[in-house]
Design a protein around this ligand. Structure first.
Ligand SMILES: [Fe+2]
Length: 302
């Protein structure tokens, strides 16, 4: 038994998995899972213009993945398909915003190995999600770091750019509560000297991080967690079953700061309606904010 096996959260998550995934799938003789795994993965490309983006950063191509949920609904062959969708996209940086695992962490090493094999000259960065904490968060962190992925646990990575400049990428560990999420973002901002603020790019599994990110003047926050509710109205990804989340899918802009909440690639129950699993490329540059065109929800251009 792993050290977290006895925790209430892990037990409740396993029970939920039985009720919402294993039970219904058994009753439908495996057809539910089979059909779910046939959902096509959407490859989405957005040009994002941000007023607060430092001009010295130029244009940055970020591959954004989230909520893999490796487990019964995310078998190894599906993992390989997802990571392959990011290959040959001419990326500068790859950002993973948490929930690598669904329940047990064992077997996740292959995902990190594959992800690290996708070329990205500025590196591979990630944060943990709530599911990464269920079994053994330390094991997840170790598996990622073993493949050279930078796991940001309430810290800021300073990454050198080819032209001699730097980009500051911050990341906060999972927390459900808004106040704690805000405190962590404020704390990592204060790790930097005043002239080095704000952080250029923030990763936060919880989209609530955007509230403090806006206060700190952080140009772009990437988040996941909501899965876009997994069930949305046709053509309205923001009108979805994630009713507990005000920031549930797509782009949000406040006071010159922007948030992107991806609907993720994995699932915690075997159903997605008008909310396909998505792999995202964000091409970020300085400019006046314009809501990225939903029509650009299309195949990623290399
Ligand atoms: Fe998730």
């Amino acid at each position: 038994m792993s050290k977290s096996d006895s925790t209430g959260k892990f037990k409740r998550a396993k029970l939920r998995h039985k009720l919402f995934t294993l039970g219904p799938d058994f009753l439908l003789r495996g057809r539910l899972r089979e059909r779910h795994l046939k959902n096509e993965i959407a490859l989405r490309h957005f040009a994002v213009h941000l007023p607060r983006w430092r001009s010295e950063l130029g244009t940055l191509r970020i591959g954004h993945l989230s909520d893999l949920h490796f487990g019964d609904l995310m078998p190894p062959e599906r993992v390989a398909e997802i990571v392959d969708a990011l290959r040959d996209r001419n990326l500068d940086l790859i950002a993973f915003t948490g929930d690598a695992v669904d329940l047990e962490w064992r077997g996740i090493e292959r995902f990190f190995e594959l992800l690290a094999s996708v070329p990205a000259p500025l590196g591979h960065v990630m944060v943990l999600g709530n599911h990464d904490h269920l079994d053994d968060a330390d094991a997840v962190i170790e598996a990622a770091r073993a493949h050279g992925i930078t796991v940001l646990m309430d810290e800021v990575a300073t990454i050198a750019l080819p032209d001699g400049g730097i980009i500051r990428v911050g990341g906060v560990d999972w927390t459900k509560r808004l106040g704690e999420c805000s405190d962590r973002i404020s704390m990592i901002s204060e790790q930097l000297s005043e002239e080095d603020r704000p952080i250029d790019l923030l990763l936060s599994h919880n989209p609530k991080g955007f509230i403090e990110a806006t206060r700190q003047g952080i140009p772009l926050t990437l988040a996941g967690h909501t899965h876009g509710g997994q069930v949305a109205l046709k053509g309205r990804p923001d009108r979805n079953l994630a009713v507990a989340h005000r920031l549930s899918a797509g782009f949000y802009e406040r006071e010159g700061s922007a948030l992107f909440v991806t609907t993720g690639v994995g699932s915690w129950f075997p159903l997605r309606v008008h909310c396909p699993p998505e792999v995202v490329v964000l091409e970020v540059s300085q400019g006046d904010w314009v809501e990225p065109d939903p029509e650009s929800h299309s195949d990623v251009q290399p």
